[in-house]
Ligand binder design. Sequence first.
Ligand code: HEC
Length: 147
Amino acid sequence: MKKLNITLVALLALASVSAQANVANAEKLVSIYSAVAKHDNPDYAGPTAAEGKFFFNRKIKLGNGKEMACASCHTANPADEGKHAITGKAIRPLSPVVNAKRFEDFDKVQEKFTQHCKDIIGSDCTAAEKANYITYLLTEKTPTAKK
Ligand code: HEC
């Protein structure tokens, strides 16, 4: 099957966005990844936040026997600041609703997805997984209250 040129599609889509770029970009990315998922599988029913949440928290056994999830670094609440599970370094919140810098640069998003999905899952995530993931992040708007 012919692969969609996702970068080109994305650039065309993102070119028209300006103000509120973070959330609007994230929403565009969801539609782009959904379109690719639909292209790959005509029965694809669209992204859901519930599947994205499951994916985000799902622990996977790594080659070294340790278990890790996206949440291991990005925390269980993507509206919160994360903490790198290995280096301990702070990570700005992933949710584009609270962090305007997220999903700004499509190339960076693609690169991070590929890199982190390979680290954790062992291969790149599918377009359907990415669409679910961002759909879920968009629902996380409230940082956990500080104790
Ligand atoms: C070992 C720690 C760690 C784990 C586990 C991890 N990440 Fe990340 N993630 C990071 C760091 C560090 C950054 C970059 C920090 C920054 O840009 O502020 C990041 C950034 C990202 C970004 C970039 C968003 C943007 O536009 O800036 C995406 C997308 C992402 N991660 C997806 C994932 C996914 C999907 C998983 C699970 C499969 C995952 N991450 C697991 C540490 C991690």
